[in-house]
Design a protein. Structure first.
Length: 352
């Protein structure tokens, strides 16, 4: 069995962070996002290959994973000649594959039991199986209605307010049979949500749901990107660096340098190569990526700092996301959910 990770979107809602870092490889604590999905897929012994379906900045993703040596799975990259949409991308990536396929949108963080989803698919002898998750407001997602037996009766992508009839949405995780892909036209942009799934219900094919009430989030907006970090800090979701970690203490890489006189407040996360100088305060919900330097007197809370950014003396950061290699001058004050792109320079005393 193969898995396809749809990792070709532009990540527009996470701009400017995604201008140089495609969404599938944005950091979540000390590792790139797709690492978490690959870890989840490793729980399925049948999956013998993970195919990354790429389009936007594919080289940057290939640079991260190389031949896949750090992942423990067999990896293959498929790069579309042009963005083919979610359906077109799946067909393109699945060329030559005849066996059942597991598909993930490359931006959902979840604790779903993929083995159980595959079992549901097999038990129902389904043509397609979709994971659903309940959300408060389905309007930003694909709304999915089911009947009492858990068969999908309707799929409606991005419903308007008056079309919302239930709270279950497409979690972006599917089990599919490649012999249904002939309906996906070649070489044009084709949405699995707007065309393929509705075609299954229209034709009365066996299309079943697996409703999961565990952790699920789409990391594709700044609010959700911050939320996933909070959820992991608070223990609502445990993965990656939090497995086996004591969340009541600051999590500090042994390769970080914390000067005497600096203060750390839990929960916070400090990666390798970070230097926190005397008098600095790293407070609750701060994430410092590799090689970040925090000068003396600076205070950093509720802030995600990507690698190699420097936070100047007496700067106060509360709420923002800072890209890579930024220079935050001294006495800068950033209050609230600003999103600052890579290599930005904020002059001393800037207030935002
Ligand atoms: N290879 C490739 N080519 N990948 C693509 C393309 C493409 O042309 N377009 C989008 N993707 C990838 C994105 O990178 C992302 O991982 C995934 O497909 C879904 O695209 P998004 O742009 O994130 O869609 P969405 O979040 O608005 O909606 C989708 O996800 C929701 C759950 O988070 C839909 O599947 C909804 O139905 C679903 O509820
Ligand atoms: Mg998304």
């Amino acid at each position: 069995m193969k898995a396809i990770l749809l990792a070709g979107g532009k990540g527009t809602r996470l701009r400017p962070l995604t201008l140089h870092t495609p969404k599938p490889v944005v950091p979540i604590f000390d590792r790139v996002f797709l690492h978490y999905q690959i870890d989840l897929l490793k729980q399925v012994p049948e999956i013998d290959e993970v195919i990354l379906s790429l389009n936007y900045q594919p080289r940057r993703i290939e640079e991260v994973f190389g031949e896949g040596e750090g992942t423990g799975v067999k990896l293959r990259y498929v790069v579309e000649p042009a963005p083919l949409g979610t359906g077109g991308a799946i067909r393109y990536a699945a060329q030559g594959v005849t066996d059942t396929i597991v598909v993930f949108n490359g931006d959902v963080m979840t604790s779903v039991d993929v083995n159980a989803v595959v079992k549901r698919h097999r038990d129902a002898k389904a043509r397609a199986t979709i994971v659903l998750t309940p959300v408060e407001n389905p309007s930003a997602y694909g709304l999915v209605e089911t009947d009492a037996e858990g068969r999908v009766t309707r799929f409606l992508e991005k419903p308007s307010a008056n079309e919302i009839t239930c709270d279950t949405i497409n979690a972006g995780i599917y089990v599919l049979e490649p012999d249904t892909f002939d309906r996906i036209p070649k070489d044009v942009n084709y949405s699995i949500e707007r065309a393929y799934f509705p075609s299954l219900t229209e034709r009365g094919e066996t299309f079943v749901a697996y409703i999961d009430r565990g952790y699920w989030i789409d990391i594709g907006t700044p609010e959700k990107y911050i939320q996933v970090h909070r959820d992991m800090f608070d223990g609502r979701f445990t993965a990656g660096p939090f497995v086996g970690a004591d969340r009541t203490q600051p999590i500090v890489s042994p390769e970080a340098r914390i000067d005497e006189g600096a203060t750390l407040e839990a929960p916070c996360f400090i990666d390798a190569g970070v230097h926190v100088k005397a008098g600095a305060v790293i407070g609750r919900y701060a994430v410092l990526g590799k090689g970040v330097v925090v000068e003396d007197g600076a205070e950093v809370r509720n802030t995600i700092v990507w690698p190699n950014t420097r936070v100047g003396q007496n700067a106060v950061l509360d709420g923002p996301i800072l890209g890579r290699g930024c220079h935050i001058g001294r006495n800068v004050s950033l209050n609230g959910p600003a999103v600052v792109g890579d290599k930005s320079a904020l002059t001393d005393f800037t207030h935002l």
